[in-house]
Ligand binder design. Structure first.
Ligand SMILES: Cc1cc2nc3c(=O)[nH]c(=O)nc-3n(C[C@H](O)[C@H](O)[C@H](O)COP(=O)(O)O)c2cc1C
Length: 305
């Protein structure tokens, strides 16, 4: 819409942050003389309508800023508070809007949790009656989305584990299934994703409030199965607030998957509660070992206040 609006009226100026100037030039070739830079907390009085600009860098691009329309108490927060939806004008018309917003948070905002906290602090003293993000429906009752964003930005997790796995002949699958059963019987909410059919957005959504993850994958060509490498990398990049990890694997002649998955996840600095690599399909003894690791993980999850 920027090139369209700039063409429609030759007098229009693009109002942006300092970092937005280059973006406007690179992406839309907006000439410098048609750009007006505003700083954090700057105000533009349009005559009866006052625009208050609030810098919110990295949510989710460097130049992001929110605009607060003072007289109407409306916040225009760019992508923040958004969702990947192209239906419904108002969020209260959408069933499970918070789930859609959670998915969007997981995919787009979760890596920038630190910046999100800062932005939420800046909003604390504003009376916000409506939030109109650039993606998804308008929140005319902003409380549910504000409450959800506070939970997610501050990394509040549930007694929940997301299990992500891939298995060629069912050995790793047997292992994760036992883990799911054990955790569920210990009262932990469990969500299981098979990487051959899972939607990555769904995984991102469940990482938002999971306290632990379990990764299951065989050794393939001297490392973890490529889908598991991909998933481990994605978990690391999305920076979820998980606290605990368990890694399960099956191999044919030389175990290598757990080491590689662990190395990829290392920057997250989460506690590895247990790992198990079995040769071929899991034996009864291996199943008992998984039950033990599962109980240990459940205990660690419940121990977090
Ligand atoms: C294409 C391919 C490559 C494999 N590469 C290795 C390997 O490098 N090292 C190893 O120990 N096992 C290797 N295996 C054997 C599997 O790790 C083993 O069969 C394992 O039990 C499979 O577990 P799953 O049923 O969960 O897929 C390979 C198997 C396949 C099909």
């Amino acid at each position: 819409s920027i090139p369209y609006l700039m063409k429609m009226t030759s007098k229009a100026k693009l109002v942006t942050t300092r970092r937005g100037v280059k973006m406007a030039q690179v992406f839309y070739h907006v000439p410098t003389e048609r750009i007006r830079i505003v700083d954090d907390n700057e105000i533009i009085d349009l005559g009866g309508k006052t625009l208050h600009f609030i810098e919110a860098p990295m949510l989710h691009w460097p130049e992001t800023m929110f605009t607060y329309l003072e007289e109407d108490h409306i916040l225009f927060p760019c992508d923040f508070f958004g969702s990947h939806l192209a239906m419904g004008v108002y969020s209260d018309e959408i069933e499970d809007i918070v789930i859609h917003a959670q998915r969007y948070w997981g995919e787009i905002m979760m890596p920038f949790r630190t910046m999100a906290k800062k932005a939420l602090e800046k909003l604390e003293n504003l009376e916000i009656r409506m939030i109109a993000p650039s993606h998804g429906p308008i929140h005319r009752n902003p409380k549910p989305i504000l409450d959800a964003y506070r939970r997610w930005a501050y990394g509040e997790t549930k007694m929940k584990t997301t299990i992500i796995y891939v298995s060629m002949w069912g050995s790793s699958e047997k292992m994760v299934n036992q883990m799911a059963e054990t955790l569920a019987s210990e009262g932990i909410e469990v969500v299981v994703y098979n990487l051959t059919s899972a939607d990555l957005g769904d995984i991102a959504k469940d990482l938002v409030d999971s306290r632990a993850i379990v990764l299951g994958a065989p050794t393939v060509l001297g490392g973890a199965h490529p889908l598991a490498i991909y998933a481990s990398y994605l978990v690391r990049a999305l920076y979820p607030p998980i606290r605990f990890v368990v890694l399960l694997s099956s191999y044919g002649w030389g175990a290598a998957a757990v080491k590689q998955m662990q190395e990829i996840l290392d920057p997250l600095k989460v506690e590895v509660v247990g790992t198990l690599e079995v040769n071929g399909p899991p034996t009864e003894e291996n199943i008992k070992q998984i039950v033990e690791i599962g109980k240990l993980l459940a205990g660690r999850i419940k121990g977090v206040s």
